[in-house]
Every structure is written in C-alpha cells, then in structure tokens.
Design a protein around this ligand. Structure first.
Ligand code: HSE
Length: 402
C-alpha cells in the first residue's frame, strides 16, 4: 500500500481523490501497489463529505508521517503551495502537482531538490490539463530536436473566441457568460491577458531547452482587444482567430510568445474549439505531431495528476530524469520572429502609401466593414513590423497570421 496526501480539496484535489477510488484496481495493477489517500489538507472542514475523516489542517501532520510517500499538490498559487511542496521534498516525499504557477516560477529549484534527494517532482497536469504532453516531451520525443511547439493552451480564451466567432457576440458579453458558466474565473486576467498560456509555454520551452525559461520574459498579448471586425477579416481569409502560445527554434536560439493569430484552415489547430486544448509539436526527425484533449476540468486534470502518482509509485527509489536545469535560458528577442500580418486601416489611407511602407501585399475588403480595408503583408519580422506600423496613418489594428 502506498499512502498519499492531497493538499487542497478544491476541484482538482477532489477529482484526484475520486479518480484514485474510482479506478483503484487498474491503478494498483499499473502502479504495482494499491494507492490510498491517507490525508487531505484543507483550511475548511467538509462535514457532509464521505472523506471528512481524512481532512487535516496542519501540514506538519503530513510532513512528519513517514507513511506518506507521495504528496499531491492541488492548492494552486505560489504561496503556501511553494512552502508545503518544498518542505515535502526536503522531507524526502515525492510530489505530483497540477500547479502551473508553481512549476513556471519554481520548477527548476524544486526539481533540483528532488534530484538531489533521489525522489520525484512531477507536473504533467500543469500544461494541457489531461493531455499527456510533459511526459511526451520528457520521455517520448527524446530522439528529436524539437523545433516548434505551438498550442491552444488556455481553454477559457478558446471558449470565448469560439463563441465570439459562432455567435457574432462581443468579447465582454461572451466573457460574462463564460464567468456565469464557471469556465472563466471571477478575475479572468490571467486567462484573457494570456499570462496563463505564457506560463505553460515557458514550462514546455524549459523542458525542450533543458534550461529555465522565465515566463515573465515571454512576449504576451491576450484577447481583450479582439473584436468582431477581426473575426470578419479572418473569415474572409478562411481563417479563425485563436490565442496561440508558441516557441520556435531560430538558428541557435528560441523565441517564445503568446498572442492572438489568424490561423489558416489548413493549420492543425484550426478545428480546436470551445474549452479544448491542442498542442502541435514539430521535431526534426518526427516531423509534425499533435496532442488534443481537455485542457482543464476536474477529472481530466485529475487523470494527469494520478498518472504522475502512478509513475512515482513505479519509481519510488529512483528520480526520473527531467532535463530542466536552473541555468537560465535567454530567449531571443521577439523582434526576430517572422510572420505575415493583416493590417486594418481607415479608407483614407492611400493604398500606394501602404504598399510603400509595408511592401508588396494584398488588399482585403470585407462586406459590412465600410470605411476601412485590410492589407495582407508578405513575411516581416516583428521588429520591422513594429517600426513600419508606427508610420502608417489611420491604423485600426493588426493581427499575425499562422
Ligand atoms: N484557466 C485555465 C484554462 C485552466 O482556462 O485553460 C487550466 O490550466
């Protein structure tokens, strides 16, 4: 019997307890031993809950119990979660977490502690919820140089963009509806401003490069400025607006960014709708692969956390090698990234003038958008585009193409 403790009895934590019980036999078969939840740490009591007897309020009860081999952290945030996880690792307990904020900020440090103690710190659920992407990069795609990862890594914003596209509704209205349905948080900043996705691409880029990527250095744009006008231009070009988190190898370095893009109907991410996530990977020998599924939610996320528990149970006396050192990865300047752009301008902007500034391109006219037009550019670097955009009169916005 392997005893575990779950820190945080919210949506994911209660999902972990449910999955451990629901699939107890198959999990025991795969783990080589039965997994049992011995404690659940939470500030609250849950008197009506069948697991009320497992609730404890003092972390020391868990830390000082030698029976607890694995700690599952599903509290979220980087406050108590960091303190408790670090203390658990220092006590020689393996940790599985779903907490992307913790992994993005402290992943390298926590992995280092785990490695030195010959134990494991696993975090499959921190990116893509139930989609097995971390283990895929760490254990499966090990023959490849990964040259690109591009994904829809945030379910809330994908739900909002899908609704805006399907229903012609404005951003604010759809966000409110998403909050009422419980998809978007009361404070949706992390999701709609792209910060959640930037933590996730930072985690994946750290795994690919083997060095710690600071998510705060990743260029990040959210979807708050996306309008129906953008959707109409995208439709005219047989494209859809999607929030992408992307990293690419350019020469000897990597660029990473999060931003809304108009993606082509030939792009593998074009048909990823609603709260679903998908992660496209290009390896130099694998070529293209894509991983699709539920990027959030109680049971899909718990599925990934419990899979980590099973992996730990199989490696109780060995640290699974994860190449992610605390050496910092300096990303290339984002101005080096190259895209095509759709630039929207006021009708008063001369087409020849626009061509002089942006180079050869294509005029795009959309029904129901009087007084303006779009200009589809050839490939330009972000640096070039930023400089040129400043000099264009009557601009109404621009979007990158993918
Ligand atoms: N807020 C996140 C999302 C939850 O919407 O995708 C999963 O990380």
């Amino acid at each position: 019997m392997i005893n575990i403790a779950v820190l945080g009895y919210g949506t994911i934590g209660s999902g972990v307890v449910e999955v451990v019980e629901k699939n107890a036999s198959s999990i025991a078969e795969r783990a080589g031993d039965r997994i049992q939840v011995k404690y659940i740490l939470d500030l609250k009591d849950f008197p009506e809950d069948p697991h009320a007897g497992l609730i404890v309020h003092d972390i020391d009860q868990i830390l000082n119990d030698d029976d607890i081999k694995i700690v599952v952290e599903t509290m979220g945030g980087t406050g108590a979660a960091y303190t408790f996880v670090k203390a658990a690792l220092e006590k020689g307990k393996h940790v599985a977490t779903s907490n992307k904020a913790l992994v993005a900020r402290y992943g390298a440090e926590l992995m280092d502690i785990a490695k030195k103690a010959n134990i494991n710190f696993l975090f499959e659920a921190s990116v893509g919820g139930g989609i097995p992407i971390i283990r895929t990069i760490n254990s499966s795609l090990t023959a490849d140089e990964i040259e690109e990862i591009t994904g829809i890594m945030n379910g809330t914003t994908n739900y909002i963009l899908t609704k805006m596209d399907n229903e012609g509704a404005p951003f604010d209205e759809v966000l409110k509806e998403a909050q009422e349905l419980g998809y978007a948080e009361a404070d949706p900043t992390d999701d709609v401003e792209g910060y959640d996705a930037s933590r996730k691409i930072a985690i994946l880029t750290s795994l690919v490069t083997g060095r710690h990527v600071d998510f705060e250095e990743i260029y990040t744009e959210g979807i708050t400025k996306i309008s129906q006008a953008d959707m109409k231009y995208a439709a005219k070009l047989c494209r859809r607006v999607k929030l992408l988190a992307t990293m690419k190898k350019i020469e000897d370095g990597y660029v990473a960014m999060v931003a809304p893009f108009m993606i082509s109907d030939e792009h593998p991410l074009y048909n990823v709708h609603d709260v679903f996530n998908a992660i496209f990977v290009h390896g130099n020998v694998l070529d293209d692969a894509m991983f699709y599924g539920r990027g959030a939610g109680k049971l899909p996320t718990a599925s990934a956390v419990v899979a980590d528990v099973v992996d730990i149970a199989k490696h109780l006396h060995r640290s699974i090698h994860i190449s992610w050192s605390s050496h910092k990865m300096d990303l290339l300047d984002q101005s080096k990234a190259v895209f095509r752009y759709l630039v929207r301008v006021d009708d008063s902007t001369g087409k020849d003038e626009l061509k002089d500034i942006l180079g050869e391109g294509q005029i795009v006219l959309v029904d129901g958008m009087p007084g303006e037009y779009g200009y589809l550019t050839a490939e330009l670097s972000e640096g070039e585009m930023n400089e040129k955009y400043e000099t264009i009169p009557g601009t109404k916005g621009r979007l990158r193409l993918a």
